[in-house]
Design a protein around this ligand. Sequence first.
Ligand code: HAM
Length: 406
Amino acid sequence: MPDLFPEDLERWHYFESKLTNIFNSFNAVEIRTPLLESTELFSRSVGNSSDIVNKELYSFLDRNKESVSLRPEGSASVLRAVIQKKQEHEKHKLWYQGPMFRYERPQKGRFRQFHQIGVEYLGFEEGVSEYELISMILQINKSIGITDYKFKINHLGDADAKDSFCKSLLGYLEPHVNELHEKDQIRLSSNPLRILDSKEESTIELLKNAPKFEDFISKESKSFLEGLVSAFKNQCDIQIDQSLVRGLDYYTGIVFETVSGELGAQDAFLGGGRYDNLSKQLGGKEMKSIGFAIGVERMIELMNIDDLSEKIKVGFIVSEQQINQKTYKIANDLRLANNRIILDTFLSGGSIKSQLRRANKCGCSFVIIIGEEELKNNQAIWKDLREEGGQEVLSLQELINQYINL
Ligand code: HAM
């Protein structure tokens, strides 16, 4: 569970602000749900047979002896909240962010506390919402400079198709149980579809002749999937992946993941799909829905932006003897005049030369220098630290005007 320091958070804030702008432009609005939920919520949604519920939940009994869990993902909570408010008949475009918890074996890119930013479109049946969410994802990736990735997509059919495929897969695998890797033998009884995701050589070999999803889904589903691929193939490397089933039980219909070779073994930085039956499964009315979640740590690792600071930074340098109420008020007036600028006051004093060095190191584009002479004349020096920048002496009113217009 890593700490986040100011230098990390500079990247995080940039990332979050890019995403928030995109969500706004799609008219998706934010929802916040609690970190702690009843354990039953996750067993009824993510599924008892999934690794997430089976092995990875942080669960404990509260003082009332009820089992509660730290949320491992956001979709179930968002749905629970909307059902609880009896708003299933409405359409919702929601986004959320925050920490999630999974007791997994930690490794590069895999944490026990990690963060997701997710989007859920509730009350939208298969169709335009798939197109809109994929457009949103491509826009997000582009906005933070991620270009080298694969967009894997599959169609799991409706619940019946998923079920028949599962039975057929079991029928094929059971006689070959001894050829399966040990891990996959366990999955055979708990969650056979996950065997398709296996990275084990012996299992991969056996799966070559296994039944394929495409033979179980309807013609309409197949052509919908192909339509999506053809619509986006000029914008990203989008490919149908028959073995993509995803690790959460609630999916039916379209599922997808974006992966990058730069991340190593944990290569998925975003995952999602449709979950039309989940609302009813959780005791609500029918609400056909689709969504996705970004693994923030992984995506920030991939973010490829040279200059993160969108805000201009100005250093406020005052010779040590002049740090007083008057100079403090000048800094305050500047901040009141334009709070979109970062005004860094070097409160520790030191010589003007050492403060200038510090301003350069902190990435200031300009500095304001006030020495004894300037203070006496109600003036300040405005110095441009960028290439070939000059300096000028301004009255305090001119200084404020300059600052407002930066
Ligand atoms: P998920 O694929 O389990 O889907 O998680 C989404 C993303 O969270 C992953 O692609 C990955 O980047 C990140 N992630 C998952 N576990 C970890 C971990 N232990 N450490 C670091 N990052 C991790 C869901 O959670 C679904 N709720 C997504 C969704 C929303 N489907 C529909 N709506």
